[in-house]
Design a protein around this ligand. Sequence first.
Ligand code: AMP
Ligand code: MG
Length: 331
Amino acid sequence: MGSTRVFEINPDEIDQKAIDEAAALLLDGELVAFPTETVYGLGGLGLNPASASKIYEAKGRPSDNPLILHIHDFQQIHVLANGVPVEALHAAERFWPGPLTIVLAKKAFVPDATTGGLDTVAIRMPNHPVSLALLEAVGEPLAAPSANLSGKPSPTRAEHVMEDLEGVIAGVIDGGPTVIGVESTVVDFAHGKPIILRKGSISKEALNEVIPGIEDATSNHVHHSPGTRYRHYSPNARITILPADEKETLALLQKEMNAGTRIGWIGPVCPDPDRMTWSFLANDADAYAKEFFSLLREMDRQQVQHIVVEPVDEVGVGAAVMDRMRKAAGI
Ligand code: AMP
Ligand code: MG
């Protein structure tokens, strides 16, 4: 395919002409990646099966892994979904625009190409001036999965999108690094009691204030969220999460380094900064969320073969960070 146009748009000073140009590409059925507050999304017309298929093709995404529809107007929930439970409306009122995706029973016209054949639809209103301006200019919902090749770490900068999709998609809006860095929290309201299908920066504790007793998905719910089955967030290197028994791991790493393996370390304290590629991260969950995917890509650029990550406490966004870390490590 041809070249990928880059639109630089400062989120604090929206360039409407650039937004309109990007919107015109989307309305022509092309794909344009854009920043949200979580990660960069790969935008395409969400109600147009041809655009949805292009998204799957560009990402190499399995066709049964459904897409999230992004909206800018609260009322669009009722256009896309049937019989919306009041708890879902309360959650949307409380957390939108923001990193919460709600799964609801879909209206018949929402194409199977978008929902991966499910009878539910996932909806979110992103909290980013560029996303909202683009959605308004397009005037209809955009499907926008993370703008990476399937299986790779999600993109938190326009450069990451270009690394994976340059020449494959029509455009990317560069609005700088994303603020949160992990994908939205996904909550299923379509099968009775609301369940968290994917952890994100809106924590279980925060959701519990609006939906008392909300729980995380168990293996019984996997069929409600097919995407969770696939390999995710994987750099080229192997990943180890530093276990409680640190000594044994360190001895193993010394052996590997002696044999010439390139070791990368992500965390606040590196045991051997002279011989390891060290990416400093203060022991705070927000910083981990913001930088984790980017550091995985950086480690690949530095040809690291084995990455060791120090864990964070599983509270607030820390729970989502540990979920991504485990998936990246293939656990
Ligand atoms: P991504 O946009 O790449 O972060 O992935 C979207 C996530 O939302 C995947 O984990 C999907 O499984 C989930 N998702 C999208 N639509 C639905 C749906 N209708 N039901 C359940 N999960 C969904
Ligand atoms: Mg993704």
